[in-house]
Design a protein around this ligand. Structure first.
Ligand code: MN
Length: 381
């Protein structure tokens, strides 16, 4: 479809959102709608620059701030999760969902319902509602274009190979800041250390998820849904340099992968311009400068979240929602200094053991499970 004329952007003030707007600036893509959760000031600045038809602020209590600040424009202002869903249905060449957390699920379904193609950076959407989202996308005959760097790499490695049998997917992981740590060492780590990712500059939630390896667990689940593979056909490969962004091994033994500098602008732009490639203002990858690429197995015994994620996706039903909701809650508690780092993995494992998932996946069941798992974790602190 090449460069879109216009997009709607959900989650415009976060790390992926602002970089998506960089791509829009570079390629003159019009933005029809912008949404943010709480960042009023940045949202209003973006609105003045891109002049969308709609903006939405997720936090209802900030509605009048946004409304007043844009009073001299024709921009229509919405608020709340219902507002975000409404904005997701605005007709556009593509809806980019860069919302953080499982709150992004309903807007994804709304966008597909109204026939918009979705570029997805919101991994929790597929983790909690993968079954619903992929069913809806198939019904509407719309592709889901991944923005997550690993899934973009897999997506690119599958292009032109649609009819070929794959052996397995190689999902790469940086290993995070605590690679090589023992469980005892994990007990001593600080918030500042956990928030310092070796290769990628990202938002807080995903940076903590990278430190616990939950991010890789969520990405494994994401890959199961996006590429219709069994969990056991995905190998997690710790690759410290974050240069090979993931790969596919085919029936003949060949591995095809995508390499590049660790800069999200490449997968974001590719999602927007798929199947074409256009110039992008990122550093060129020089393999001779990198010199060495290393690969190792992931340590599931120390990083409990990874083992929990595998358990959840094999169990099906709303088990992945238990996993995700427990994790979202635990990470929030950690960021508020209410629990130490290593407790995140334990609380997630406990929730998976004690909270019974629903067998049938419906939006209601997902939302109900989310609440139960959240309450469970809060009740144990
Ligand atoms: Mn990723």
């Amino acid at each position: 479809m090449s460069i879109p004329n216009n997009i709607t952007l959900l989650g415009s003030t976060g790390s992926i959102g602002t970089q998506t707007l960089d791509v829009c600036r570079r390629h003159n893509i019009k933005v029809k709608a912008l949404t943010a959760n709480k960042s009023v000031k940045l949202l209003c600045e973006q609105a003045r620059e891109f002049m969308p038809e709609y903006v939405c602020i997720g936090d209802d209590s900030l509605y009048s701030d946004v409304k007043n600040s844009l009073a001299d424009t024709d921009i229509k202002v919405f608020c709340g999760i219902d507002g975000i869903c409404e904005v997701a249905t605005v007709k556009a060449d593509m809806t980019v969902n860069a919302v953080v957390g499982m709150v992004g699920l309903r807007p994804t379904l709304s966008a597909l319902d109204s026939g918009n193609m979705v570029a997805l950076a919101n991994k929790e959407t597929l983790v909690t509602g993968g079954e619903l989202v992929m069913k809806k996308a198939a019904e509407k005959n719309l592709p889901i274009i991944p923005i997550d760097s690993e899934h973009s790499a897999i997506f690119q490695s599958l292009m032109g190979n649609e009819k070929n049998k794959i052996d397995k997917i190689l999902l790469t992981a940086s290993g995070g800041p605590f690679y090589g740590y023992s469980y005892e060492q994990l007990k001593e780590v600080t918030k500042a250390q956990a928030l310092k990712h070796p290769n990628w500059a990202m938002g807080q939630k995903i940076t903590i998820d990278s430190a616990t390896l939950m991010n890789k667990g969520l990405e494994l689940i994401e890959a199961v849904w996006l590429f219709d593979v069994a969990p056991d056909d995905i190998e997690i490969l710790v690759h410290r340099q974050s240069i090979l962004h993931s790969a596919v091994q085919y029936a003949d033994g060949s591995i095809i992968g995508q390499l590049g500098v660790p800069d999200m602008k490449i997968p974001i732009q590719f999602a927007l311009t798929y199947p074409e490639r256009h110039s992008c203002d990122v550093k060129r990858l020089s393999l001779s400068d990198v010199g060495t690429l290393t690969f190792a197995k992931a340590d599931e015994e120390t990083f409990l979240c990874l083992a929990s994620a595998k358990k959840a996706i094999k169990r099906k039903g709303t088990a992945c929602t238990v996993l995700n909701s427990a994790n979202e809650t635990a990470v929030e508690l950690f960021l508020k200094d209410k629990i130490p780092f290593y407790r995140i993995g334990e609380l997630v494992a406990d929730a998976l053991r004690d909270v019974k998932p629903e067998d049938k996946v419906t939006l209601e069941a997902v939302l109900e499970t989310e609440k139960t798992a959240k309450e469970y974790v809060l009740g144990r602190v």
